[in-house]
Design a protein around this ligand. Sequence first.
Ligand SMILES: Nc1ncnc2c1ncn2[C@@H]1O[C@H](COP(=O)(O)OP(=O)(O)OP(=O)(O)O)[C@@H](O)[C@H]1O
Length: 360
Amino acid sequence: MSLSRLHIESFRNISSAQLQPGDGLNLIYGHNGSGKTSILEAIYFLGMGRSFRSHLSQRVIKNDDDALTLFANMESGDEQSKIGLRRFRSGDIEVKINGDKVKRLSTLAETLPIQVITPESFSLLFEGPKSRRQFIDWGAFHSDPRFYAAWVNVRRILKQRNQLLRDGSPYSSIQFWDKEFIRYAELVTDIRKQYVDSLNELLKGIIGEFLPQVDVKVSFTRGWDAKTEYAQLLETQYPRDLATGYTVSGPHKADLRLRVGTLPAQDALSRGQLKLLVCALRIAQGKLLKQQIDKKSIYLVDDLPSELDAKHRKLLLQQLADTGAQVFVTAIEPAAIVDSLITPPSKMFHVEQGRVTVIE
Ligand SMILES: Nc1ncnc2c1ncn2[C@@H]1O[C@H](COP(=O)(O)OP(=O)(O)OP(=O)(O)O)[C@@H](O)[C@H]1O
């Protein structure tokens, strides 16, 4: 999937911008605060229906405007499609794909798979397991059509189960929900595990390029002791669940463990190495998607040069080029990217006070 035309209106400091991106690497450069990240954020918003910078979507609507509008023409092989999104300050959102209204925002993600790498992407390694679960689930969602419904059901039943625990319900009434819960929990877990196994195959090669001296191990933890059947665990754990008022173990506690030797990766690696590790995870994910369902992701890399020396900038740009995907990178100085490329960027855009101009 690649964007052949992008229209952005009333998004952050951008009143209106039209871009015709190239198929390969698109370099977006400009001074601090010019609007570079906002362009990446707009593409992400189009693919996810939300921002990667703010939980409050109304914050991205340009000051005093009522709504933001995003529109793109997309190409995948010989297929062409159109995607349009309008988000109102009131909270309403309208999405159209090829002129048809779309109700579920997950349809956007299916249509436009996006990988984003920002200077804050470290949080994947530092924060709690939620962001790492989201990382696994992004891949599981795209790679197995059964995943989304199973995951929605796990969340739905878990909510009901926790309410029953808070109400002090006896195990017999909780057990009523557990049969269904266990079935979906095991399916979600199997898909996640299979996904991480496949990802690991690709990851080894990329990490080997980025961090040849470092022995990084990536493994999946399911959220409960792997030696115990989940049904049995729920039963034996009932008194504890009742005391805490929620289900202590389960797929909602799954995690991706990243270790260097005996240490967690975040304690063993430098900031630049951590950035490369996150990039390796994202690149592997995009490559796996291509292998599994023949879909190319779009890569958004904000402030690519930060934390990286010239050698690693070159390696990262080479790995991104190897994906064959459309890539958008931002930098303050274009030379920081251009000097690390073997071939010139497909397109270059200069941004100044929210205005975007293509550099011919
Ligand atoms: N809702 C909004 N309406 C208008 N302007 C906004 C809004 N939200 C943010 N801005 C402004 O948009 C500008 C562009 O921000 P952006 O983060 O895209 O810049 P950038 O070019 O990526 O900068 P840097 O290189 O410093 O990361 C900022 O000056 C910010 O103050």
